[in-house]
Design a protein around this ligand. Structure first.
Ligand code: MN
Length: 374
């Protein structure tokens, strides 16, 4: 392993909100119903507007898939911008796209009034506290998904504040249409017009009370099964946007799938092309080019550790493979970022490394600052 410092941007990071965020910003009747976490010995209880989910904590079982664990003591900058920038310098991470932590659960709220107010509070906090701290921190804007009109309004409001990406859950709430329906057309148009990236973060499907967070399988192999199947939601969102023609109608809309790996792009594209070609007689929504071309032209995907992701760019020609640290999460690279980056890129041509660590990210967010040399 060479000792050169590899700088990388991260298309998948998280910021931990202060516990008092919603109490400070909302009337008590709404604040009390926003997502909150209570920690106990070995587990936590997540409460979202009266729905409760019990989740195991990572200490007794470090393999447990989870979106927002390991955040209390592990990474000093999880909720402090200045400590965070020190962590980023040490790790070799330059600019980060940050997703919420407790805020990812706004997708499970079922009251449109509550989600609209809660998401505005979350975005105002992110604008002031994260974006205001450094141009190296790019927060995603959360979107109220229970009303397409509200979603469009919040995209336009946050675009005016300077947000560069909107965080979208990898599944729509049960009360609205799925992403491949034309009902969502105004949202795609608003994102495209605002030059905001549609950033899907895996594992953020709305949860109902009978489906615990992140737990699909129990029994033998459950931890590995749950972490592994968690990735498919992001791929499905991309398939919906491609097959329905949304990306065809919005050629300047860029889509990112964060944390779900990046080797899938070529394989999903091939699978969709097979249907497009060989089931052409059943395809009712014409597309101006093949599904795989839409993925290659407009879809980006981030990975942390996957050895095969580099090959998706280097040997399969998908230029939109981007790296992400998933700081400060358990699945992420905090504490071993340089080891990870050297393991991925030592011996790999400079232009491949440069594309995956810096340039593909900069293509989504033009005009951001370059990292220091070496
Ligand atoms: Mn993540």
């Amino acid at each position: 392993m060479s000792s050169e410092k590899i700088w990388a941007n991260s298309a998948d990071s998280h910021f931990v909100e202060p516990e008092t965020l919603f109490d400070d910003a909302l009337p008590p009747s709404l604040a009390a119903r926003m997502p909150k976490s209570e920690k106990f010995e070995g587990y936590e209880i997540l409460t979202i507007d009266g729905k409760q989910f019990r989740r195991n904590m990572p200490k007794p079982n470090p393999g447990t898939q989870d979106m927002r664990e390991m955040i209390d003591a592990r990474a000093p900058g999880a909720n402090d911008p200045q400590l965070r920038l020190k962590d980023l310098d040490n790790e070799g991470i330059w600019t980060e796209l940050t997703f919420p932590s407790i805020g990812i659960w706004t997708s499970s709220i079922e009251d449109p009034v509550l989600v609209k107010a809660g998401v505005q509070a979350l975005n105002d906090w992110a604008h002031e506290y994260i974006a205001g701290a450094s141009p190296r921190l790019l927060p995603t804007a959360s979107v109220p998904m229970l009303s397409i009109e509200d979603a469009v309004a919040e995209v336009e409001r946050t675009a005016a504040l300077g947000f560069r990406a909107a965080f979208l859950p990898t599944g729509t709430p049960a009360s609205v249409k799925q992403y491949h329906y034309d009902d969502w057309e105004p949202l795609w148009a608003a994102l495209e017009a605002a030059r905001m990236v549609a950033a899907f973060h895996i594992g953020t499907e709305p949860r109902s009370a009978d489906v615990p967070a992140g737990v699909v399988f129990r029994g033998p192999g459950g931890a590995i099964l749950n972490h592994s199947v968690n990735t498919f939601g992001g791929q499905t969102c991309v398939m919906q946007l491609v097959a329905s023609g949304a990306l065809d109608r919005h050629p300047n809309l860029k889509v990112l799938v964060s944390e779900g790996g990046a080797t899938w792009g070529p394989a999903v594209g091939d699978r969709m092309n097979e249907a497009f070609r060989q089931h052409a007689m059943y395809v009712r929504r014409p597309l101006s080019k093949s599904p795989k071309e839409f993925i290659y032209d407009q879809v980006y995907a981030s990975f942390q550790h996957d050895e095969s992701a580099v090959a998706a760019m280097q040997y399969m020609g998908w230029q939109n493979v981007v790296w992400g640290s998933d700081y400060p999460h358990l699945e992420g690279t905090f504490g071993h970022t340089q080891e990870t980056l050297h393991g991925l890129f030592d011996g790999v041509p400079e232009q491949v490394r440069r594309r995956i660590t810096i340039d593909a990210f900069n293509e989504m967010f033009p005009g951001i600052e370059e990292p220091p040399e070496g």
